[in-house]
Design a protein around this ligand. Sequence first.
Ligand code: SF4
Length: 354
Amino acid sequence: MWRGSINEIERKREIIRVDRGTPQVGALAFGIVDRGTNIIEVRPTTLCPLSCIYCSVNAGPRSTNRWAEFIDDPEALLMALEEVVRFKGTRDIEVHIDGMGEPGVYPYLVDLVRGIKTMDGVSMVSMQTRLYMFTVDELRELARAGLDRINLSIDTLNPGLAKKISGAPWYDIDHVKELVVKALELGINVIASPVWLPGINDDDIIEVIKWARELGLGRGELPPVLIQKYVPHKRGRKVRIRVMTWQEFWGRIKKLEGELGVRLTAMNNELNIHKAPKLPKPYNVGDYVKVRIISRGIIKGEFLGVILPLKDSAIHDRVITVIADPRMEKMLIGNNVKVRIIENDNNIYIGKLI
Ligand code: SF4
């Protein structure tokens, strides 16, 4: 079913299998993202079979700006993660598997979860997913591998609307609901994280909350539902709706909490999020660096490069997204170039060709 969508993506874009020697820090598309807390984001793939109407990262078969997709190497990812976990020096690391795609379609997901869970210092493995792609047996494998929590993307329980929002006529919300019940039975906690699209799924949000409460999502440790505000992103897909202000959004959440008698917010300490040492930034904005271009980047007009020289350490080695004319592809890939760094927020490097 969803495999068909992946085939469609393969016909349209280059699928890049990240090489084992490629640094795992520096890109948003794959690898590790550190925001200076005990939560480490792991991004195994950019592939996604759906084309949600509001997708902030413009993923899926209907993407309009991607020219490549990435599948990361599980060994490289685990080795780099081990170094980063050690660097953090805290024993309550949550590794959150997410990304610019659907982690559920990553071919090495079970091995990845198992490898993370057995890492010294990791206390929790969570994953953002829409869940539909698994069979019950696959879910059982994930539970055995050590998956602790699923953050479930689910915007409605209505089968027709679910197909519309996901941009996929085969998307089966009833199968998702069955898998949620199974996940809870298998000991995986689940919390629902619907995106509120005013005028599209207002009543559906209430239904999702009632359903989640009835099933016991969050298991009493966390709120069953954490609603997300729709925020249009520059390069994401946009929905023609009135966008709520943050004030209106939080006001409506508080009102729903009161009306339904359900907690829909959580503080950082309840989610066990706290500060933890941030990876060093080896390069500053404005620096000129030598870069070996290794492939396309995810968006047309972007290339992926490795900043030289390498030190063979996830703490120092970085990949960089280099902006350049797409027509230069043949000339750039495989060659060394000089790049000026224009962004390095959270160790995500963007540079311009000189
Ligand atoms: S919102 Fe998530 S599931 Fe939907 S298209 Fe984007 S990445 Fe895929």
